[in-house]
Design a protein around this ligand. Structure first.
Ligand code: ATP
Length: 135
């Protein structure tokens, strides 16, 4: 049997994913990277972005809020502050988070602009993942 990857996504409060995959792609701080079986050991910090993995000829998508990825012995481990599989994303919640962040950014009173910018990025990526995958 051909070698496969084991892909695991872990957040502080739950195990989001633990599946076999033929290919995994995620958003590192240096750009997107892809992992096939027998990849060399690799460690990178992650940006707010998406992850996808191929298994049984299908692509599966997840939101990753930043964190770290480690590749070792055909295992891809993602440690993220928060993460959801695309089917777990609540679109309405993400839209509300986007509106809140946009209001904060527009208001001159709010001094924590970078926090609002990061919240906005999370919301935009959740919305685009959910929309582009038609779920
Ligand atoms: P919100 O303001 O709606 O809480 P956020 O970007 O601040 O959004 P996070 O801090 O990234 O939220 O995540 C907090 C928890 O809520 C995590 O468990 C995360 O998986 C979950 N979560 C956040 N937004 C969504 C969403 N749109 N759909 C599903 N789960 C979500």
């Amino acid at each position: 049997m051909e070698k496969m990857l084991q892909v695991e996504i872990v957040t502080p409060d739950r195990l989001v994913l633990d599946e076999k995959a033929d290919y995994v792609s995620a958003t590192g701080i240096g750009g997107e990277f892809g992992v096939l079986p027998n990849h060399v050991p690799y460690l990178t910090a992650l940006k707010i972005g998406s992850l996808y993995y191929k298994a049984n000829g299908k692509n599966h998508y997840a939101f990753i809020s930043g964190g770290f990825a480690e590749v070792s012995d055909n295992k891809v481990t993602i440690l993220a502050e928060s993460a959801e599989l695309v089917e777990q994303i609540d679109l309405e919640r993400a839209k509300k988070a986007k509106e809140r962040a946009e209001k904060r950014l527009a208001s001159k009173e709010d001094y924590d602009q970078s926090r609002a910018e990061i919240a906005l990025q999370r919301a935009i990526i959740r919305i685009s993942l959910k929309s582009s995958n038609g779920l």
